[in-house]
Design a binder for this molecule. Structure first.
Ligand code: GTQ
Length: 343
């Protein structure tokens, strides 16, 4: 006697089996079907919530006082895209965010405020707006801010991490350092002096896959774009766009996330592209409009938006615009699945 399909599926389910023919087109789609949706966060709307957190909880109690930017298509997953995490971290004068380490790689992009520091590998770096700072996988890192009497002011930065990717991989480990801060063993600027000038130590220093330059000051990166723009090296899709590199490899500064800085000249009307990487953008300077899939967002300084995989992307700049961005491109390239198309 044959049973109905419905009964059959029911029995499969209790046996921990499932019929592929019901899910094949979803599992092997003709093209990417990201659950994340194009989304923009206006900094003016975020900022009051960030500052309120400063009144409600200390950095010490929170360990990291961060508001997570959660994609509405990935509710409850603390993800801005399938593989990427974004958050806004606040550190007030006199506070310390205690030292810990984890296998997740982290980047900081300073949004506002001056003078806070991050310590990595026994070296501190002082933060200024627009600086791109790395805390590599499994390196101790702590953050701090001088007291008001020493000129401390509230500092806010964008945290970009590969948290969702490491969730998929089940490769997350973390531990706390026994003290609030790690010992400082090298003067500020040491790593930059070694690797930040197209030079490197004569005797090779072993690479852990992350750039030994853990702070890329904004003024230097901005100057490169400005000069290229004067040389008319403007791409019809990207404007003037450079990627941050690991000087030891020429590859991305972090193994799991690529980072970029781009300039769109005033009046720029970009052409449309799409790619399999998901990209988080933040506006450093200027005003414009971005078209992502069916969405259109006007943006201004410090706004944050995400372009999930395979959504078409196009920029228009009302004034000169500078955008910082990060994406999961290096992971896709390592796996030979990265694709992009320019129209
Ligand atoms: O500063 O170490 O936004 O561990 C999320 C996890 C920041 C950090 C985040 C973290 C950190």
């Amino acid at each position: 006697m044959t049973i109905s399909r419905q009964d059959y599926y029911q029995r499969l389910n209790t046996a921990n089996l499932s019929p592929l023919w019901q899910s094949l087109s979803r599992l092997v789609p003709p093209q990417p079907q990201p659950k994340a949706v194009p989304t923009l966060w206006k900094y003016d709307e975020l900022r009051p919530y960030v500052m309120q957190a400063g009144e409600l909880i200390t950095a010490e109690e929170a360990v990291r006082r961060v508001l997570v930017l959660e994609n509405p298509g990935l509710a409850g997953q603390s993800s801005i895209s399938s593989n990427l995490y974004a958050g806004l971290q606040l550190i007030l004068p006199g506070e310390i965010a205690p030292s810990h380490r984890h296998t997740q790689s982290a980047l900081r992009f300073v949004m506002e405020g001056q003078g806070a520091w991050t310590a990595v590998n026994g070296e501190r770096t002082t933060m200024s707006p627009g600086d791109f700072i790395i805390t590599p996988s499994w390196r101790w890192h702590d953050h701090g801010n001088p007291a008001v009497a020493e000129g401390g002011e509230p500092v806010v930065w964008l945290d970009g991490l590969d948290i969702p990717l490491l969730v998929h991989l089940d490769a997350g480990f973390a531990e706390n350092y026994e003290q609030a801060t790690q010992p400082i063993e090298r003067p500020e600027g040491f790593s930059y002096a070694q690797f930040g000038h197209n030079m490197a130590p004569v005797r090779p220093i072993e690479s852990d896959g992350t750039s030994p330059i853990f702070s890329y000051p904004y003024a230097r990166s901005r100057e490169a774009l400005d000069q290229l723009w004067r040389f008319e090296a403007v791409d019809e899709w990207d404007g003037v766009k450079l990627r941050y590199i690991n000087p030891q490899t020429g590859g991305s500064a972090m193994p799991t996330m690529a980072t970029f800085l781009q300039l769109l000249p005033q009046g720029f009307k970009g052409r449309t592209y799409h790619s399999t990487e998901s990209t988080v953008f933040t506006v450093v300077e200027g005003h414009g409009t971005v078209y992502i899939g069916a969405a259109a967002f006007t943006f201004g300084p410090k706004d944050i938006f995400v372009a999930p995989s395979w959504n078409s992307i196009r920029f228009e700049a009302d004034s000169e615009v500078v955008l910082f961005s990060y994406s999961d491109r290096p992971v896709q390239q390592a796996l030979h699945v990265f694709r992009e198309a320019r129209e």
